[in-house]
Design a protein around this ligand. Structure first.
Ligand code: GLN
Length: 539
């Protein structure tokens, strides 16, 4: 087994995850068997209870783990589904060690960070390495070198490198800013951050320098001189117009060759499977505008997988999606931000704030036949809107938002009633969805069953199912038992669909979410119609 460990220096948020994911892509498409492990040094057990405002979207894996959104990137770059073991947090490590201590497994010894915590970290790393038939594990250590939280992980990396001599490569991602009127590239922050890394006993093998423009020979020489990294192993990861170009610029500088040489592994040549895909994204043939109506719209990372799914659609169809971020709260006062869009997406969410605005957007879509996609909360909203405005149950609501509503068309899942803890207790992960014949959903999936990822506590109240259906709503997908509604459609609409599951989580570069794909195709048709209508009025 070989390990590629990516650490970060200077600043967080400079693209360490993208660089590590790109390395995964490069190694995998050179014929190696690769997996990824993301280390998040925070104390939370997992990302499940984290506020999307602070931390971006909570990503969900097949096994129901709620993880950092970077795991989504690894899945997409590797085109492989990961598990909760592929995300390590301080919370998981300490919980395990403390539980073991309570069981008396440390035989009376003092339990310490070194060796007990570091041993547990290494055990978890090796568990991932042994979980599959693998050649390389790419490990991203979150945070920046010098942070208190990441210390035990870096110490474990130091030990691992000693124990697995010659089989561990450390790549350090740093920032190389350009300053002054002559925009000189500054290598000093890199020198300092490598110094900090060395203080904890880790000498990096390669430096991945994030810079606004390509590193010049002089900067590379200086970095090599101060860090003892060979010049050819100082890699320029400069700004590019599209993140999907990053693997290519790294590969051109010989990253794969350097990694393989250093780790003593051989493989075939690298094949860039994203060639056509990337071309479509960068030179789209058409564009549509889709409104994303949510309450976390200031932080677009809260909807990261949706953004990715639209990119995947662009890669397949050549239709670029411009997202118009609309704060759902504002729609109750002024619905004009919805004017001129060719599609509406209502993504997942929790809590009442912004819900009425989402209902306004859904009503507009239904009445004006604007292409619509509702996901999770968006699915529930489409049911509430239908109940209120078509069935005439004026006060219909979800019991999540109004515990005394006379018509709880969305109600808590029966098994959720007894749940007290918030972390990891929703209906989570991959579940079978059965799809009925002669529905839009069947047309899109072309299969009577699919497996999709879930994250919710509420569902369509079965007591209202018949009435909703009589009024026209079509539940074209249900759960394995047939009692839980999974997909909703409208009878006379081929451009309105909503799902209880999160189709964005399994969207991949060469296999986009069917629902996002459909929304974009229908949005383009709608755009043509808008154009024709305009021409007619002008005539
Ligand atoms: N709040 C809703 C529920 O818990 C929807 C959840 C979601 O959109 N992820 O069922």
């Amino acid at each position: 087994m070989r390990y590629v460990i990516i650490t970060g220096g200077v600043l967080s948020g400079i693209g360490k995850g993208t660089i590590a994911s790109s390395i995964c892509y490069l190694l995998k498409n050179s014929g190696l068997k690769v997996t990824a492990l993301k280390i998040d040094p925070y104390l939370n057990y997992d990302a499940g209870t984290m506020n999307p405002y602070q931390h971006g979207e909570v990503f969900v894996l097949d096994d129901g783990s709620e993880v950092d959104l970077d795991l989504g990137n690894y899945e997409r770059y590797l085109d492989k589904s990961l598990t909760g073991d592929n995300n390590l947090t301080t919370g998981k490590i300490y919980k395990e060690v403390i539980e073991r201590e309570r069981r008396g497994e440390y035989l009376g010894n003092t339990v310490q960070i070194i060796p007990h915590i570091t041993n547990e970290i290494k055990r978890r790393i090796k568990k991932v390495a042994a979980s599959d038939d693998l050649d390389v594990v790419v490990i991203e250590v979150g945070g920046t070198v010098g942070d208190i939280e990441s210390m035990p992980f870096l110490e474990a990396v130091r030990q691992l490198r000693r124990e697995e001599f010659g089989k561990v490569l450390v790549g350090h991602v740093t920032l190389i800013p350009s300053v002054g009127s002559n925009e000189e590239l500054k290598t000093k922050p890199t020198q300092h951050s490598v110094k900090t890394l060395r203080e904890i006993g880790i000498q990096p093998d390669i430096i991945l320098g994030r810079s606004p423009r390509k590193l010049d020979a002089e900067s590379r020489r200086r970095i090599a001189l101060f860090t003892d990294v060979p010049e050819e192993s100082v890699i320029s990861v400069h700004d590019v117009s599209n993140v999907y170009l990053i693997p290519e610029i790294m590969e051109k500088q010989g990253v794969v060759r350097i990694i393989k040489k250093s780790l003593g592994i051989e493989s075939g040549p690298f094949t860039d499977i994203w060639g056509e895909y990337r071309k479509n994204i960068m030179n789209p043939r058409a564009e549509v505008t889709i409104a994303v109506v949510g309450k976390y719209t200031e932080l677009h990372d809260a909807y990261f997988s949706h953004k990715e799914a639209f990119t995947h659609v662009a890669g397949e169809t050549g239709i670029n999606t411009k997202l118009r971020w609309i704060d759902s709260d504002s729609l109750s006062v002024d619905p004009s931000p919805l004017e001129g869009v060719q599609g509406i997406l209502i993504p997942g969410g929790f809590g009442y704030r912004g819900v009425e605005g989402k209902i306004i957007a859904t009503k507009k879509s239904r009445e004006e036949k604007i292409p619509f996609l509702g996901i999770c909360l968006g699915f529930q909203i489409s049911v509430i809107e239908y109940a209120r405005n078509v069935l005439g149950l004026k006060k219909a609501n979800s019991s999540e938002f109004d515990s005394s509503t006379p018509d709880p068309v969305i109600d808590i899942l029966p098994e959720q009633k007894a749940v007290k803890d918030l972390g990891g207790t929703m209906r989570l992960g991959s579940k079978r969805v059965r799809i009925f014949d002669n529905t839009l959903a069947m047309g899109l999936y072309k299969s009577p069953e699919i497996f999709e990822r879930h994250r919710h506590r509420y569902e369509v109240n079965p007591l209202y199912k018949d009435r909703l259906e009589k009024a026209g709503m079509v539940f074209s997908g249900v759960d394995n038992e047939g009692t839980r509604m999974e997909i909703a459609e409208l009878p006379d609409r081929d451009n309105f669909i909503a799902s209880q599951y999160h189709s964005e989580f399994k969207s991949r570069p060469l296999n986009p979410s069917k629902l996002h794909l459909h929304l974009v195709k229908k949005a383009l048709e709608y755009k043509e119609m808008q154009k024709e209508a305009l021409l007619k009025t002008e005539r």
